[in-house]
Design a binder for this molecule. Structure first.
Ligand code: NDP
Ligand code: HSE
Length: 404
């Protein structure tokens, strides 16, 4: 029998308890033995929970119980979660987590500690919620040199954009719905400002390209500046606006990773990814393009990924499942300065001013008319610096990359 302790009985932790106990017999078959939920640690009391008898308040109870084999960390953040994870690994227990902030900031160190102790540190749920992506990337695509990864990595912002466009909800109303459904981070600005997607692209880049990329090395922009006017103009050009995380391996080995809204062509499968769904596209030198799609957040989809990791550890008890990469450093990542693309530009300017600033651009029109502003797509790929130079003197209201 394998004993599990869950740290943090919130959206994900309670989902893990539900799935682990609800599917007990099929999980026992798949894990080659019984998996017992022995403890749940939370700061709050849950007297009405069916698991009320398993709650503890002191992590030392779990840490010092030799029967506990696997610790599931679903508290979140890089504070107490880091302390508990280090202590669990140091005590020889495997750790499974959905906490992308911790993996993105301390993943290298925690992997090393797991390696030293001969235990596992697994985090399938940290990217893409229920979508299998970490294991496929590290195992099924292992034969490839990965060239690029990009995708919709945040369910909350995709949900907000979808609800604003489809149901005409205000930004705040759409965010409130996402929070009610348990999709949003404790501080939802982590979703809205792109930091959550940033942490996820760091994790994917580390696995794909073999070095730790830290969140502060990744230029990050969220959806706060995206307006319904931009959505309309994008639609008139046959495109949708999506918040993407992207990591590209350059020829010099550096990784160009960033998070920003993009105009995505309607013909690209990413354009059809709506609500809380995520989609991640991976380009390998042998396989070409492969895409992963599914629910990117929420209690049970995320629990599905966490419990799969628990089963994996239980089935391979005593054998370390290694996921590791090299340390990061200033030479691991580069900014987006050299990355040329076409751009969408909306400016308070007459069309002639845009035309002369951006020769060859394609002017856009929206149903309501443009008022005092004009919008266009640039004709040829430009770096951000080249674009800024061309637009100097114009009052730009929105500048968004085009994914070509
Ligand atoms: P929640 O806030 O719902 O759950 C966290 C739980 O941990 C809460 O019950 C919280 O209690 C408790 N907690 C806080 N501090 C402590 C502590 N010191 N000791 C014990 N328990 C504590 O978060 P989620 O379940 O949404 O997210 C958990 C992690 O999973 C995060 O890293 C998140 O980014 C990640 N994740 C979330 C997904 C989702 O869809 N929600 C999807 C994928 C990943 P209290 O509320 O009283 O503070
Ligand atoms: N807040 C995150 C999201 C949870 O909305 O994608 C899943 O990681």
């Amino acid at each position: 029998m394998v004993n599990v302790a869950i740290l943090g009985f919130g959206t994900v932790g309670s989902g893990v308890a539900e799935v682990l106990t609800g599917h007990e017999s099929s999980i026992e078959r798949k894990a080659d033995g019984l998996i017992r939920l022995k403890y749940i640690l939370d700061v709050r009391d849950f007297p009405d929970s069916p698991f009320a008898d398993r709650f503890v308040k002191d992590f030392a109870v779990i840490e010092n119980d030799p029967e506990v084999d696997i610790v599931v960390e679903t508290i979140g953040g890089a504070g107490v979660a880091l302390d508990f994870t280090r202590r669990a690994l140091a005590a020889g227990k495997s750790v499974v987590t959905s906490n992308k902030e911790l993996v993105a900031t301390h993943g290298y160190e925690l992997n090393q500690l797991a390696r030293e102790k001969g235990v596992c540190y697994l985090f399938e749920a940290s990217v893409g919620g229920g979508i299998p992506i970490i294991r496929p990337l590290s195992q099924c695509l292992a034969a490839n040199e990965i060239l690029e990864i990009y995708g919709i990595l945040n369910g909350t912002t995709n949900y907000i954009l979808t609800r604003m466009i489809r149901a005409g909800l205000s930004f705040d109303a759409a965010l409130a719905e996402a929070q009610e459904k348990g999709y949003a981070e404790r501080d939802p600005s982590a979703d809205v400002d792109g930091h959550d997607a940033c942490r996820k692209i760091c994790i994917l880049a580390a696995i794909a390209f073999g070095r730790h990329i830290y969140p502060e090395q990744v230029p990050t922009q969220g959806i706060a500046g995206v307006t319904l006017a931009d959505v309309d103009y994008a639609e008139s050009a046959g495109k949708k606006i999506k918040l993407l995380g992207r990591a590209i391996r350059r020829e010099d080995g550096k990784v160009c990773a960033y998070v920003a809204p993009h105009l995505v062509d309607q013909a690209n499968p990413l354009a059809g990814v709506e609500d809380v769904f995520n989609a991640i596209s991976v380009r390998g030198d042998a396989i070409g393009d492969v895409m992963f799609y599914g629910r990117g957040a929420g209690k049970l989809p995320t629990a599905s990924a966490v419990v799969a990791d628990v089963i994996d550890v239980a089935r391979n008890m005593g054998h370390r499942k290694a996921l590791s990469w090299e340390p990061g450093g200033e030479d691991a990542a580069c900014g987006t300065d050299a990355l040329a693309s076409r751009w969408y530009v909306r400016a308070k300017a007459p069309v002639d001013a845009l035309r002369s600033a951006l020769p060859g651009c394609k002017l856009l029109a929206r149903r309501e008319g443009g008022g005092d502003e004009s919008a266009c797509l640039t004709g040829s790929p430009l770096t951000q610096g080249e674009l800024e130079q061309a637009l100097a003197g114009l009052e730009c209201r929105s500048v968004i990359r085009v994914l070509d």
